[in-house]
Design a protein around this ligand. Sequence first.
Ligand code: ZN
Ligand code: ZN
Length: 408
Amino acid sequence: MLLSTKPTSSNAFLSKEGFAEIPSKFFNLAKRPEVFEYMVNIRRVIHENPELGFEEFGTSKLIRNELDKLGIPYKYPIAVTDMDALAMQEAVEWEHKSKIPGKMHACGHDAHVAMLIGAAKILQEHQSDLEGTVVLVFQPAEEGGGGAKKMLDVGILENVEAIFGLHVSSSYPVGMVATRPGPIMAGSGLFDAVITGKGGHAAIPQNTLDPILAASNIIVSLQHLISREADPLDSQVVTVTKFQGGGAFNVIPNAVTIGGTFRAFSKESFIQLKQRIEEVITLQASVQRCNATVIFNINEKPFYPMTVNNVDLHRHFLEVARNMLGGKNIIEMQLIMGAEDFSFFAEAIPGYFYYIGMINETGHSPYFKVNEDILPYGAALHASLAVTYLLEYHSQLTTQKGSCHDEL
Ligand SMILES: [Zn+2]
Ligand SMILES: [Zn+2]
């Protein structure tokens, strides 16, 4: 989505002289009842109609309708905010509960979409004061599908200088933000493994090759990769989350499927972990005379790189957040082993990811609830970061290049 440039007026709302006031100005704009209610309505419609990764057709249509109403051009099907829901049943009883059984916005992506449209609305009101172009990215399939990678592959970030992304966080109260410079989230991979033996009668095990026992030993051995092989000061995770096989009390099945995820904070550790997962599964299966095939389905579920926050953008973020929220409301957070596909964007160009507080049930819980008071914070931060970035960096860049580009 593009906001085109017009000449800056002399009494500009968003001028370099008034730089420090821009975040609070945007915050006041975002808190106005008409903008707040506008965002709340959008968020509730999306919440009632959750769609899973790469199926966000209705959500995308809603976004395009709103952009049309705001008079903002866009490219489609490219649609930074995530907009996918999770395959789980909502357990919160309220007026705008999910209408789709087994699907729920339990990570806050409905609120993320509303915030970015809210940001578009308040930016559009001051379109004539913008010193460049702001591109808003509505991306599909954050939850494991790597929608960001697909968007990157089709050139979404061409001519874009920097990118900001946010996520709601259940760890901090409304009004606080949490972030850190440099690495912030782990690299992440998913794996499946099929362990094949020879099924038979449970009471005559000598005639079988038991894949359940083999898989059990594999799972225990995988845990030793972290406790015995990894440097204790180099954070890594291997978690097996899937164990499927068998269906009777007295039958040893032919095969068992296990699956899970692995995380690391450096490329070397990640590659090493992947290789050892493969070795441990196949070799440990052979101890029980079974065969194993390990599948890293990276076409459907690409590995997510580490999310690394650009240090200059960190300084920029601190200045904006301090001006809007006050220094005491900015928390320097610990690294987390969670992963984000925003990392693909931040790997391609300078990127910055931060959390905005909203104490609640943790994400992915069926009891997850969005505190809608958070919406103006997200909208104002999005708008302020983009506009102040253009004022601070874009003019420098265009002077250096000696030509005038319009893109952020
Ligand atoms: Zn999530
Ligand atoms: Zn999420």
